[in-house]
Design a protein around this ligand. Structure first.
Ligand code: GN1
Ligand code: MG
Length: 361
């Protein structure tokens, strides 16, 4: 798409200011993101092409997001927060009054670019503590949202479903790659039963679903220049789930000593200092947690590297149809990296349990 076409799409939204440029922005694996730079003092904007092969019901998706951001904005207003456009995303309607624009091929949406904010792929313990507080607050604020949010991707973090899907990928062997990954398939199967504990607890009525963010990668948080969390972004997957989703996915990314797709496995391990700081923050703000939720936090720390191993390897076996890849083996490298992280998390299990006991007693 050329810059004239992008500017035409931008012009369907009700934004202020003259557009100077539309530039590629961010590094998400699913949607395409652009920064819309405007002249003068007014805000810049973020334009996104929604991946509608993955988010199949764009109407429901945007209804969810508008409900969530409006609810949070009202709460913040009541708390006396003044810089609202930095503390919660604000989506802009088109001139026709819709929160997305369909150009005949793709779905687009527009939001205000949060001023004076930073995002990181690596954070220190102080920032992790603030992140823990922020996710507890986020779940807390959404606990009484008056509308029923839809599941934008059905069974998104359902481990039993993800394993079913993975086994279909192995059986189908669409890309002819099953033979090269026997060791990984075995490592996945060895842990399958243990990793579905969440679903079993839920069926037994022992584990609630709460509104969660469900994509709490560290780079989905915007910080101010002092390290305080301004807001969370990437709200496509906000839906009812186990709190394990938000807790586990933050640690999967922030407590990994290397990148999610690091090819050199010796660089990958689980950082207990980040774990402790984040857990402390989360338990300080998420006062609503039950004992079962708290005692399963170490399980959640293992669940997400496990689930990503399953999802990345499944995509590799299917011929790379889901995640954006930068080179042919990318999904396999990601899967191996996540398995290495999982093994490191497993080795930390006793220490994690001890730490949680020590701060909750
Ligand atoms: C995707 O969009 P992005 O890159 O923040 C994915 C997450 C995965 C993540 C792995 C809708 O997130 O579930 O954890 O990649 N989002 C979707 O990096 O599948
Ligand atoms: Mg993202």
């Amino acid at each position: 798409m050329n810059s004239i076409q992008k500017k035409q799409i931008v012009s369907t939204f009700d934004i202020l200011g003259k557009v100077i440029a539309v530039e590629a922005f961010g590094n998400g694996h699913i949607n395409d993101t652009y920064r819309v730079i405007t002249e003068g003092e007014g805000p810049d904007y973020v334009l996104q092409r929604i991946n509608h092969h993955i988010f199949r019901n764009v109407g429901m998706l945007m209804d969810n997001i508008v409900a969530v951001t409006n609810h949070i904005r009202q709460k913040l207003m009541r708390q006396g927060v003044t810089d609202l456009d930095r503390r919660v995303l604000r989506f802009l309607p088109t001139h026709a009054g819709d929160y997305y624009f369909f150009d005949g091929e793709s779905y687009w949406r527009m939001m205000i670019c949060v001023a004076d904010s930073e995002s990181f792929d690596v954070v220190n313990a102080k920032y992790s503590h603030f992140a823990g507080l922020a996710f507890g607050d986020f779940q807390n604020m959404l606990a009484d949202i008056p509308v029923q949010l839809g599941e934008t991707i059905p069974n998104f973090h359902n481990m039993e479903f993800r394993l079913w899907e993975f086994r279909e990928a192995v059986r189908g062997n669409k890309a002819g790659r099953v033979n090269e990954v026997g060791d990984l398939i075995e490592a996945i199967e060895q842990r399958a039963e243990t990793m579905c504990e969440g679903e079993r607890l839920h069926r037994a009525g022992l584990l609630p679903k709460r509104i969660c963010h469900c994509d709490t990668k560290v780079n989905n948080i915007l910080f101010d220049h002092e390290g305080k969390v301004l807001c969370v972004i990437d709200l496509d997957t906000v839906m009812p789930n186990f709190i394990f989703s938000d807790y586990g996915d933050f640690l999967r990314t922030a407590a990994n000593t290397a990148a999610e797709d690091e090819p050199d496995l010796s660089k990958i391990s689980f950082n207990m200092e980040i774990f402790e700081a984040f857990t402390r923050g989360y338990l300080e703000s998420a006062k609503f947690l039950t004992n079962i939720e708290i005692s399963h936090l170490p399980y959640a720390a293992a669940l997400f590297p496990y689930m990503q191993t399953v999802r990345f390897l499944g995509d590799y076996l299917n011929g790379d149809t889901y995640y954006k890849i930068a080179y042919p083996q990318h999904n396999l490298v990601r899967a191996r990296a996540q398995m290495k992280l999982l093994k490191s998390v497993e080795a930390c299990m006793p220490k994690m349990k001890e730490f949680i006991k020590s701060i909750t007693n």
